[in-house]
Design a protein around this ligand. Structure first.
Ligand code: DAH
Length: 345
């Protein structure tokens, strides 16, 4: 019996050494601990065998088995500490070796928003025709947004613009880019050829084609003897370049805006079809923008002598034009932040 027990103890020692050599992580080590020290573990079983021994053998093997138990506990503890040390070291070196400049495939690259890209495209075309870029504030006074554009107090045309009034008297969010015309006139001397692109605001119910915030582009050319023919020529060239079409037909209809006289509405031949499509609503014509010859009152507000100079002006919805060019059917998509939508451009 005692011979048998001595052999068992030696075997367990052997097994412990082998097992601990294979303990490459904490989970494996925990299994080893259960194997040796658990309820049905090797050491526990061995201890339960003690009671069958003679008193003499008990005296001999009791301390031996206890010693074995302490050895197992101690070695498992040591191995655990070593494993934790190794793990922390590995973690640290992983951090140290992390290469922030490493190239990663299929990562998302940012790019300009389609509205910014389109604004640049429009500005580039006008710059190529000799126009300069002007700016105007988004927060305006009643004077610049209405009065100086020949829309005095109580003029019914004010109703065309659902205005966001501010808490400060006579201050508002500009309802169009036209007030920037006045700033340009006041700050420069003719000849003036310039455009202004920017955000405009209207207190409207939001739907697929209306937003409370949208972009417009305003253009003016003021010099001696400017006529509607100049406006039509510039419009035609601009649209041909924008839609990349040679000889794009335009047509002119009368239109009313208080700041131009005469006022016109300019349409273009649909650049997407020959015989009618869903974009031109089967008419082959698309309404693009209004304009006209700047009203003498407006020139005066801009400190320009209408006896000496004349000029044309036009103003169009950049937002509407980008939707037209890229066949975007819901204006809300532009500010939705939807990556899937934005990625297309
Ligand atoms: N400001 C006008 C609007 O938002 C558009 C417009 C019409 C601008 C005629 C012009 C113009 O410069 O001549 O409804």
């Amino acid at each position: 019996m005692s011979n048998h027990l001595s052999k068992k103890i030696e075997k367990i020692k052997d097994k412990l050494t082998r097992s601990l050599n294979e303990a490459t992580n904490i989970k494996i080590l925990e299994n080893i601990r259960i194997n040796f020290l658990g309820k049905k573990g090797l050491i526990t079983t061995l201890m339960s065998e003690l009671k069958n021994l003679s008193i003499e053998d008990k005296k001999k093997f009791g301390p031996l088995i206890n010693k074995l138990k302490s050895k197992v506990e101690e070695q498992i503890k040591k191995t655990k500490e070593n494993l934790i040390k190794k793990q922390t070291k590995a973690k640290i070196s992983k951090k140290e070796n992390f290469d922030v400049t490493a190239y990663k495939t299929n990562q998302l690259n940012g790019h300009l928003h389609i509205l910014s890209q389109f604004t640049q495209e429009v500005e580039d075309i006008f710059i190529s025709m000799g126009f300069e870029i002007f700016e105007g504030p988004q927060v305006e006074t009643d004077f610049y947004n209405f009065t100086a554009l020949n829309i005095p107090q109580d003029h019914p045309a004010r109703d065309m613009y659902d205005t966001f009034w501010l808490n400060k008297k006579n201050m508002l969010m500009r309802t169009h880019t036209s007030p920037a015309q006045i700033h340009a006139m006041q700050n420069t001397k003719p000849p003036i050829a310039g455009i202004v692109t920017g955000t405009t605001f209207r207190h409207e119910a939001v739907d697929a084609s209306h937003d409370i915030q949208f972009m417009q582009c305003e253009g003016i050319y003021i010099d001696k003897n400017v006529t509607l023919a100049n406006l039509f020529a510039v419009t035609k060239k601009f649209l041909e370049k924008l839609f990349n079409k040679k000889d794009l037909d335009i047509r002119i209809r009368p239109g009313y805006f208080p700041f131009v006289e005469p006022g016109v509405e300019i349409d273009m031949k649909c650049p997407f079809c020959k015989n009618g499509c869903s974009i031109c609503k089967k008419t082959t014509w698309i309404e693009v923008f209004p304009g006209g010859l700047i009203h003498p009152n407006v020139l005066k507000f801009g400190k320009i002598d209408p006896e000496k100079y004349s000029g044309f002006a036009f103003g169009f919805g950049l937002t509407r034009l980008v939707m037209l060019k890229h066949n975007i059917n819901d204006v809300r998509l532009l500010h939705s932040g939807k990556i899937k939508f934005l990625e297309q451009f």
